[in-house]
Design a protein around this ligand. Structure first.
Ligand SMILES: Nc1ncnc2c1ncn2[C@@H]1O[C@H](COP(=O)(O)OP(=O)(O)O)[C@@H](O)[C@H]1O
Ligand SMILES: O=C(OP(=O)(O)O)[C@H](O)COP(=O)(O)O
Length: 401
């Protein structure tokens, strides 16, 4: 998929023009509405600055959370406008709505180089329904469209897909372009050996990805809450560990498929189990054949870490999605931290390392090695769908290069 980007727009395409830019400003907030991680805002800056630098009037829009078509005060984009203004070093004109008279009036007064931010598009149910009339209203305040919301590119919503029917050109921003470069290259044309590490707790949504990855990778390392479904499928006792009962047959068939395809499918050989799901739970390391009744596996064990590190050491490309354990609890963060450090070392030796998924990114941030990875994806769901080979509607709708 080769799409036109902001780089293809000249100063005359942009000077004095109103550009609707879809960003993904869905950032985490604490209880006092302070932004706790502004990665997604920073990631949108190159596109915004390229546009303002060429004299465009930049009208930003985004969703925030899942307000389900209602105005929710705690889901307003006000904290984002403030942070964005600090990062850009210029005022951001904040609108209280995303369509309507107030928006038209504010946009009508914009000067070249100015930046405005519309209110949360998901305050209208029409956004997620990709309602054409709503998309047309959003589009009516602009001359052209830039989509840079990689984290939302897998959603066919009015602000990601619908508006492209009314605005030409419709092009990709620098963030989407960069995400595609890394993620598509990793699956279509990787330096080999290629390994994928899949962990976390969203077993049912990720087990399908594992199936697709088996067609592409040389090694597949599985950790986190995913592993117990595989163990149970092998007939092992998993105590109170996370298991998706309806995926047992699939887990069994994936092990068979991996063998048939010659893919090295690695599951941990030992796990750290806890007597309850708590940071101060009692913990012990056991082999996977000896998980005691009533205990739950919350991390991979030291032997598994060694086996995983050995398997990764020769890899030239590694894609990681999902932590190895409950890294939010220090006692069960050891496996995740060790793998994060190994990937940082690998990057230093010239490998391409790609991290996707909100919690995996949080884990590498926690270890302090985020800047030692080749690419940190801003989209969890979007990067997975891309790795699965699915078409992302927010990107498919953009102009061909
Ligand atoms: N063994 C486990 N049992 C239960 N939860 C786990 C286990 N290992 C990891 N997790 C949890 O998985 C969550 C992340 O899963 P997921 O959302 O799939 O990852 P990501 O956001 O990186 O895609 C974390 O909150 C972590 O605590
Ligand atoms: O945070 C997001 O997705 P992610 O958690 O999969 O990275 C995006 O903003 C998409 O949000 P959505 O899953 O509510 O459509």
């Amino acid at each position: 998929m080769s799409k036109k980007t902001v780089a293809n727009l000249s100063a005359s395409d942009l000077n004095g023009k109103r550009v609707l830019v879809r960003a993904d400003f869905n950032v985490p907030l604490d209880g006092d509405l302070n932004i706790t991680d502004d990665t997604r805002i920073r990631a949108a800056l190159p596109t915004i600055q390229a546009l303002t630098g060429k004299g465009a009037k930049v009208i930003l829009c985004s969703h925030f959370g899942r307000p389900k078509g209602e105005v929710k005060e705690e889901m307003r984009l006000t904290p984002v406008a403030q942070r964005l203004s600090e990062l850009l070093g210029q005022p951001v004109i904040k609108c209280d709505d995303c369509i309507g008279d107030e928006v038209s009036a504010k946009v009508g007064q914009m000067q070249p180089g100015q930046v405005a931010l519309l209110e949360n598009v998901r305050f209208y149910a029409e956004e997620e329904k990709n309602d054409p009339a709503f998309a047309q209203k959003l589009a009516s305040i602009a001359d052209l469209y830039v989509n840079d919301a990689f984290g939302t590119a897998h959603r066919a919503h009015a602000s990601t897909e619908g508006v492209t029917r009314y605005l030409r050109p419709s092009v990709a921003g620098f963030l989407i372009d960069k995400e595609l470069k890394y993620l598509q290259n990793a699956v279509e044309n990787p330096d080999r050996p290629l390994a994928a590490i899949v962990g976390g707790s969203k077993v049912s949504s990720k087990i399908g990805v594992i199936e697709t990855l088996l067609d592409r990778v040389d090694k597949l390392l599985i950790g986190g809450g995913m592993i117990f479904t595989f163990y149970k499928a092998r007939g092992l006792n998993v105590g109170k560990s996370l298991v998706e009962e309806d995926k047992l047959e699939l887990a069994k068939s994936l092990e068979v498929k991996a063998k048939e395809k010659g893919v090295d499918l690695l599951l941990p050989t030992d796990v750290v189990v806890a007597d309850n799901f708590a940071p101060d739970a009692n913990a012990q390391t056991v082999s996977i054949e000896n998980i005691p009744d009533g205990w739950m596996g919350l991390d991979i064990g030291p032997d598994s870490v060694k086996v995983f590190q050995e398997a990764l050491s020769s890899c030239k490309t590694v894609i990681w999605n999902g932590p190895m354990g409950v890294f939010e609890f220090d006692k069960f963060a050891v496996g995740t931290e060790a793998i994060a450090r190994s990937l940082a070392d690998l990057t230093g030796k010239g490998a391409c390392t790609i991290i996707g998924g909100g919690d995996s990114v949080a884990a590498v941030e926690k270890v302090g090695v985020a800047n030692q990875m080749s690419h940190i994806s801003t989209g969890g769901g979007a990067s997975l769908e891309l790795l699965e080979g699915k078409v992302l509607p927010g990107i498919a709708a953009l102009d061909e290069a």
